[in-house]
Design a protein. Structure first.
Lengths: 147, 147
DNA sequence: TGACAATAGTTGCATAGGCAAGTAAATTTG
DNA sequence: CAAATTTACTTGCCTATGCAACTATTGTCA
């Protein structure tokens, strides 16, 4: 099952990478447009959601979950703190780590983000059958797992 | 076929956006690793390919094809010119536009890029049947067209 | 034709992210 | 238990990208 694409005949424009990039860009652009009124960008909403849903509670965990750089994460969190969406508290048990919490304003953001995500997906998946959506999701999941 | 995702019950972690982001990140990371030895990044290879394959011949065309910002494009081209991969020539017929050409070094890059793309895809699509690849590609294409 | 608009590209400014070095706290180990 | 290592986060520096303002050139049309 290796050697699906042969470098001698492979036309990048017709390869999977190309549509993947196109699809991703379409998705990101739509999402940013949808979230602009709330004054948060694509990285910031992901942090809010991960905190709100308990997928991460510290900067390090966020980095893992989001495959994000620690330095960049510090600054991302700085911005969210400035905007009053999160709070940092040094953990007593292990004073290296910093516990992250959503402020009320941060929590209030969650339903809006979820709404925005649903709006975008509903629009981009117009014409897809439930089965096709499941397939797309499963195929992408397998691709990601091959990383 | 609208309202596929209901904001009240929608779990972003299980939505399509999430796997799409994961798949894209996996792809980009793999590709950058593969291209690092050639001293070009993900934006730069796309320019080289688009020029090599005649999909664009000027900065403006590249911006359209790549959905890229004109200001950023200028600087991207600056870097490629510094590295000796492209050449800029002001068009005589319309002195506003600048014709872009690959230098021999730039042309030499194409097969390496294609090889890298094929390598990455072959690895990430391990375990996929030809039919599954066609499906994935078609579904992503439809999603992108809904933008 | 002469003012106005449109187009192609560039530059300044601001934000974002990666990498590597640095700091502080905890853990391991000899 | 002191030194070395590891972990968690931060900071400095560099590159990348978007936006808006600007220049130069071409096109429109009254």
């Amino acid at each position: 099952m290796a050697n699906i694409y042969d470098p001698d005949t492979f036309q990048p424009r017709e390869g999977l990478g190309y549509v993947l990039a196109r699809a991703r860009k379409t998705y990101i652009l739509a999402l940013e447009q949808e979230l602009a009124p709330h004054d948060i960008n694509s990285s910031q909403w992901a942090v809010i959601l991960n905190l709100a849903d308990g997928h991460a509670g510290t900067a390090g965990e966020l980095c893992k979950v989001m495959r994000y750089n620690p330095g960049a994460m510090t600054r991302l969190l700085d911005r969210l703190e400035e905007k009053g969406f999160i709070r940092r508290t040094r953990t007593e048990a292990d004073r290296r780590t910093i516990q992250l919490e959503l402020t009320p304003a941060g929590k209030a953001l969650r339903p809006r983000i979820v709404q925005a995500l649903a709006n975008v997906l509903n629009r981009l998946l117009e014409g897809f059958s439930p089965d096709e959506i499941r397939q797309l999701q499963s195929l992408l999941g397998r691709l990601a797992s091959n990383g």
